[in-house]
Design a protein. Sequence first.
Length: 276
Amino acid sequence: MAVHFHPPPERPAEPQRPGPDLPEQDIIVDCTTITAREIAAEMQHHPADNAEAAWKAAALALVVQRLLEDALAARGLDPADESSLDAMLAAEVQVPPVGDAAARRWYAAHPDRFGAPDLWEASHILIAADPEDDEARATARGAAEDILGRLQADATLFAALARQHSDCPSREEGGHLGQVARGSTVPEFEAALAALEPGQLCATVVASRYGMHVVTLHAHAPARLPPFEAVAERVAADLRAQSWHEGVRQFIAVLAAHARIEGFTFEGAASGPLVQ
């Protein structure tokens, strides 16, 4: 029976609102004003570690949207027609053919994209704490260190202590997470798994954005990379997609360079979610 990974619980993202330390001025893109109220409303779609990062992501998304809509209108295309953006990008973004040498370089540089990732079978006990609440973090660390000390004395208590103390849904399974693939959890938790040997309990409490973890590793299956020939078509498709996204980013950067943007410093665009 397959055992599925239950990630540590994450609170639903709440709409971010500009605070006293966030810009409250409008942004002007050529002749169009993006109001501070519009940016505040957009922030709920850009969850981030803090309000400032959410504001910047929301502002960037709205600026890019305005640049693209203006570019569509300038070409006589209807911004309200979903196919118009595809047509404009198809005309403006050229993806070069993928040669064998380029594909092999991409394959060698990105083995994680084409093989089976590292898999860890692990259990944990989570003492949840808000990442911005220092007092709660300190209290959680103390509780986790106490649990770790008890497990260092008697590791057979892990499942019982998980059921009693863990704030993760995996507590119902005695803290067992099943198989955790590289890239499926937060980096700090993943780094802790990578540092352990099968059968080993963590030496110190592991801190993450969710709180404090006590972790034990049951088994590890190293990453596996198939021969290039077996995934050549996937490699070529991946390289074409990356080239397309880079081309879109450059196209947006050119639009920004020719536009009058006030109230926001345009530093580039992560093209993917903005144009899909």
